[in-house]
Design a protein around this ligand. Sequence first.
Ligand code: ADP
Ligand code: MG
Length: 296
Amino acid sequence: MRSIALINQKGGVGKTTTVVNLGAALAEAGQRVLVVDLDPQANMTLHLGLEDPPDGVSVYGVLVEGTPLVEAIRPTATPGLLAVRSHLDLSGAELELANAFGRETILRDALNAWREESKRSGKGEPVDFVLFDCPPSLGLLSVNGLAAASEVFVAVQTEFFALQGMSKLVEVVQLIQRRLHPELAITGIVPCLYDNRLRLAREVLGEVRKHFPGRVFRQAIGANVKLAEAPSFGKTILEYAPDSNGARDYRQLAQEVLAQSAGNAPGEEREVFIPRPPEEPAPTQQEASTPEPADS
Ligand code: ADP
Ligand code: MG
């Protein structure tokens, strides 16, 4: 089982869209997937049309009230895709848990208990993938997601400030590695809302690839209006617009994530951008494709 926390302390970069649609695309590819909404804003919950009934068990119950994870899991309209929803109550959880013993690992313990129970009853691993949709902050909720995950995917929007926040984020992941979870690693970077007509977007993507060689997925998720529309219908992109570019991008991303399980680092086989030594400025895509003069 792979458990992956989708993080970025910035909001609006594509974390929730990626959790929902990558989850759906993995399920479509035959994987059993659980997605967990850790954001009090509950965007993932709305995106999957799971907001009703309002009083059902949510991730708040698991984190604050000690409800077993299995009681919070519900099916979605997508076969193979299960979900744990969030609730606005979760916004108080960080305070409510401030003095709780082992507060950073409540989710990890709940996930492990579910896995143990499943194995004990002879069913083996309950799912193939767990994706945690983290809130846009690096507080206790995100820390719970990171501690429960074995891997971190970072959603980045290919705009000017993309790299600025990433050093902070890498620091937090390293801190969690040291204190809570030595095996935790950033294993994937998902470029989101990418517009390859914009030179800036291409340059930023080049910079991100340079800083994180072998970790940036080759499939960037293009800006696509269908992806923006799908949440208001409570549907994944594969239900809402299965032939859209957005659906195609997430299906392709899912294939890369599956290739990773088989040992292929993101973007490794068909890498277009060739990273240069850090001291050189990043070339634009155009420069990268023109041959170097013989004397350089
Ligand atoms: P986050 O979870 O990081 O805050 P979201 O996934 O909620 O970000 O995305 C922020 C907004 O951008 C949402 O309205 C979403 O529908 C929209 N969005 C995300 N990805 C795309 C995309 N590739 N193309 C168009 N709109 C997108
Ligand atoms: Mg979100």
